[in-house]
Design a binder for this molecule. Structure first.
Ligand SMILES: *Cc1c(COP(=O)(O)O)cnc(C)c1O
Length: 363
């Protein structure tokens, strides 16, 4: 069967060469005589896989020596609890920026634990159609950290620059934008990401943490959530998500082979520009996000008529453009155009949007 263009927000497309390589190695990996799925995580073959994965991710993101890279389970949502548990001990308080649903959940999770957490800024009153403008004076100087969601998957917004939090460690959920472009890791205390958007199949969460932040955990916290334990054990305190880490390694290899994150950014900018410039050139579809907050990964738009939106998503699916329906909480349409989405997929989408508009005039 032919592959479709899958605009799903996550789990989402993986690069075809990665799937093909995984398929070729599925039954027997190298000279091991077994599948990666069947291997002991303590075997030399697997040790090489996880070491290579870390080395490649470090190269791709230019991760400084004083940062640990952790390959964990539990999804980004588990980190909503792990972040305060690991960091709050520094000063006992933390500040949150709520720019959409996931950052809202992260904020609630920290509140639920009874910590002194403050809402530094939110764009809820603007229906999350932009990210807040953040300045240093919005944060408590003695906050243990400031938490943001760098790219808001559901609303299609992103910070244009890394917010300045001064000496307060910045913690960023990068689930839906990691590896889409170069970032200066040294500007962050912690970066975390569920892998199923732009990196690997579901089941893997990557945490990148500055090593001086590993000493403030509550001693009573669950061991499985403690970054320090995971760092000291090379992400192998228990069985890691072996197969997703292996696929992540193939994705990192693919990214390096095309020229790394500079080239990935160039391609992503080109794809996003195709879609946004079409949206800006007409008035059948409306792009609700303020232009200076636009995401390069998740592009949202509506027709302004819920019935037409529904028809759009089903007609697009019938034409091989799948999963364009917006998140259930906001409706409309959302095209997630992660690294693995080829330019042709976005070109096809723009063609389809033109055809649909011509064939379905508004009343
Ligand atoms: C998808 C997503 C999450 C939730 O990830 P899980 O791995 O399902 O827990 C959190 N934050 C952002 C930004 C996301 O896009």
């Amino acid at each position: 069967m032919n592959r479709v263009y899958n605009f799903s927000a996550g789990p989402s497309m993986l690069p075809l060469p990665v799937l093909e390589k995984a398929a070729a190695e599925l039954v027997t990996y190298g000279s091991s005589g077994m599948s990666v799925m069947e291997m002991s995580h303590r075997s030399p073959d697997y040790e090489a896989i996880i070491k290579d994965a870390e080395a490649m991710l470090r190269r791709l993101m230019n991760i400084p020596e004083n940062y640990k890279v952790l390959f964990l389970q539990g999804g980004a949502s588990t980190q909503f609890a792990a972040v305060p548990l690991n960091l709050i001990g520094r000063t006992g308080k933390a500040d949150y920026v709520v720019s959409g649903q996931f950052s809202g959940k992260a904020f609630k999770e920290a509140q639920k634990m009874g910590y002194d957490v403050a809402l530094a800024a939110t764009t809820k009153e603007a229906n999350f159609s932009r990210v807040p403008t953040l300045t240093r004076d919005m944060f408590r100087p003695d906050a243990a950290y400031v938490h943001i969601c760098y790219n808001n998957t559901i609303y299609g917004t992103k910070y244009a620059d890394v917010p300045d939090t001064g000496d307060i460690p910045l913690v960023a959920d990068m689930s839906s934008c990691i590896l889409s472009e170069p970032v200066d890791v040294s500007r962050f205390g912690v970066i975390y990401a569920g892998a199923q958007k732009n990196m690997a199949p579901a089941g893997l969460t990557v945490v990148i943490v500055r090593d001086d932040l590993l000493d403030s955990a509550d001693p009573q916290m669950p061991t499985m959530l403690e970054w320090k334990t995971m760092a000291e054990n090379g992400s192998m305190y228990n069985t890691p998500p072996c197969y997703p880490i292996y696929v992540a390694k193939l994705v990192y290899e693919w990214l390096l082979s095309i020229g790394g994150l500079d080239e990935m950014k160039r391609r992503n900018e080109e794809k996003a520009a195709l879609l946004y410039s079409y949206l800006d050139s007409q008035n059948y579809y409306i792009a609700p996000v303020r232009p200076d907050s636009r995401s390069m990964m998740n592009v949202t738009f509506v027709t302004g008529d819920a019935e037409l939106d529904k028809k759009f998503a089903s007609a697009a699916a019938a034409a091989g453009l799948k999963n364009l329906k917006g998140h259930r909480s906001v409706g409309g349409m959302r095209a997630s155009i992660y690294n693995a989405m080829p330019r042709e997929g976005v070109e096809r989408l723009v063609e389809f949007m033109k055809e649909f508009a011509a064939a379905n005039p508004k009343a």
